[in-house]
Design a protein around this ligand. Structure first.
Ligand code: IDP
Ligand code: MG
Length: 151
């Protein structure tokens, strides 16, 4: 089953949007399999965002993501990476569709409240940065027996 790394950025926590965002993912039918609140060190933030090293916004990005607590999560489900990305909306919240998380709750690219993995490769890389295997919980929900049977 596909797993994706989702992180609520400091603005989501500051603006009391954590429950709202978690609720949307939960109600969609994605399954929460790991969660923790943490303050990112510069080293961890730079590792997480290493693909953006050298870009004009990199320092701001690292400064912002380390400015307060974040909520790191792993969500599981069929096609979870793409489903979560579509629910988040465009990186620039002024372009995200209404009905998406960023489209409904954010206005600035630098403060777009949520991170989500963009590919299976980045999902694996990001999950490994934030969670040990034993922190990721494997469990079944009743509906899954109807969808997938007994396997
Ligand atoms: P994503 O979060 O939608 O995957 P990325 O291109 O991976 O977008 O960029 C990572 C984060 O860096 C974005 O969520 C956003 O907060 C920030 N960012 C991206 N592009 C810009 C920019 O042009 N100006 C300021 N911040 C940016
Ligand atoms: Mg990205």
């Amino acid at each position: 089953m596909e797993k994706t790394f989702i992180m609520l950025k400091p603005d989501a926590v500051q603006r009391n949007l954590a429950g709202e965002i978690i609720g949307r993912l939960e109600k969609k039918g994605l399954k929460l399999v790991a969660i923790k609140m943490l303050l990112l060190s510069n080293t961890l933030a730079e590792r997480h965002y290493e693909e953006h090293l050298g870009k004009s916004f990199f320092q701001n990005l690292v400064g912002f993501i380390t400015s307060g607590p974040v909520i790191a999560m792993v969500w599981e489900g069929e096609n979870a990476i793409q489903v979560a990305r579509r629910m988040m909306g465009n990186t620039d919240p002024q372009k995200s569709e209404p009905g998406t998380i960023r489209g409904d709750y954010a206005l600035f690219t630098g403060n777009n409240i949520v991170h989500g993995s963009d590919s299976s490769q980045s999902a694996m890389r990001e999950i490994e940065i934030f969670f040990t295997p034993s922190e990721i919980i494997s469990y079944r929900k009743d509906l899954e027996y109807w969808i997938y049977g007994d396997r």
